[in-house]
Design a protein around this ligand. Structure first.
Ligand code: FA5
Length: 342
């Protein structure tokens, strides 16, 4: 006598312990496959006496259908579990969380404007020279006609080092070395960082940039100075710039001037930047003093030259619409990258 209930109970217990789709396939083969337990029972049908055939048939069919249904349910369970697991394992993305974005660097406004000015002077036949940041007192002062105890030294409050050298207070400190290096004729610019023990405000830093320029040749005059400055500034600002000279005193030039430019923002009409005057003071300059030429090994009776010392930090500020000079040395990437190029 075959106990169908017992077979079903055992099958269902086995099924309950199944945790993978692979084991479920094995279970299917064990019961319903070609040589499965239920299939083998069905094969017995022909040996069953006729009067028992009906009951046997019903019981074995019932067993087959129940096990098939149970396998189908389990399959469905695995399929749903797979979906649920993948949902549970998916990390939720919060689009409002600030990202770990890398801040992209950019060239400093000083570097950009400096490259622009250098390229303009290169195209006009000037060479570009480097200057030291630590200089001898001789190069910084004596060689540009500012002897010891000269009152002009007070105009540049100087950082002295223990060894008697100085932090260069102006790019003019390289004039003597460059004259000795090249002799005359010569056309050179030398950009550089300068240091002064200054009271700080929106337009004064203790560390700032200048660009010095010198042209020495026979028959060089103030007209050459005006031409080169006008040409350079017109290219920097991308529009015609007017310049004017006012007398200014610097021991290393004679005559000396302050060069003003017509305000590039209001075209000379008067605005906040030029303090309504229409002109901006930009660049001290003049004809190189004969003493300075002599100390540089150049005969002043044969050669003349002009020199200028452009306040470069201020030019960069004008170009970028920066109203506070201290931002330039601040390392504040947000502020520096927001500087608007003109
Ligand atoms: C000089 O330094 C002269 N060597 C310039 C010169 C060269 C004159 C050749 C004649 C011939 P001055 O001290 O004025 O000059 O400085 C020149 C420019 O540097 C100023 O017009 C200004 O734009 C800039 N400058 C000076 N001090 C500071 C400072 N503390 N912060 C920012 N810019 C400054």
């Amino acid at each position: 006598m075959i106990d169908f209930d017992k077979i079903l109970k055992e099958a269902q217990e086995e099924l309950n312990n199944i945790t993978s789709i692979i084991d479920l396939n094995t279970f299917f083969q064990t019961y319903l496959g070609k040589a499965g337990k239920v299939t083998e029972l069905m094969k017995l049908m022909k040996e069953i006496p006729n009067e028992e055939k009906k009951n046997f048939g019903l019981a074995v069919n019932n067993l087959k259908q129940t096990i098939s249904q149970n396998i189908e349910d389990k399959e469905k369970f695995f399929a749903e579990k797979k979906i649920q697991d993948s949902i549970n394992n998916t990390k939720l993305i919060d689009l409002t969380v600030p990202t770990n974005k890398k801040i992209k660097g950019s060239l400093h406004p000083i570097t950009i404007v400096q490259e622009k000015v250098i390229n303009i002077f290169l195209s006009m036949g000037f060479t570009v020279e480097d200057g030291n940041e630590i200089e001898t007192e001789y190069n910084n002062f004596e060689a540009v006609n500012v002897p010891k105890n000269h009152p002009a030294r007070d105009m540049q409050d100087t950082f002295y080092l223990d060894n008697g050298q100085v932090l260069k207070t102006h790019t003019s400190a390289a004039q003597n070395r460059i004259m000795k290096k090249y002799g005359a004729p010569l056309k050179a610019i030398f950009p550089g960082r300068c240091f002064r023990n200054e009271e700080l405000d929106a337009s004064h830093e203790n560390t700032f940039f200048q660009i010095e320029g010198m042209m020495i040749d026979k028959n060089v005059s103030i007209s050459n100075l005006i031409y080169f400055m006008k040409e350079m500034l017109t290219q920097v600002f991308g529009k015609e710039i007017q310049v004017r000279l006012r007398p200014g005193f610097f021991p290393f030039v004679e005559p000396g001037f302050e060069l003003d430019i017509s305000c590039p923002y209001c075209n000379g009409k008067g605005c906040r930047v030029c303090k309504q005057g229409g002109w901006i003071e930009l660049c001290p300059c003049g004809m190189i003093h004969p003493n300075v030429l002599k100390m540089g090994g150049i005969n002043p009776d044969e050669y003349q030259g002009f020199a200028f010392g452009l306040g470069f930090s201020r030019l960069a500020m004008m170009n970028y619409d920066i109203t506070e000079i201290r931002l330039l040395n601040s390392g504040n990437i947000t502020a520096l990258s927001q500087a608007k190029i003109k």
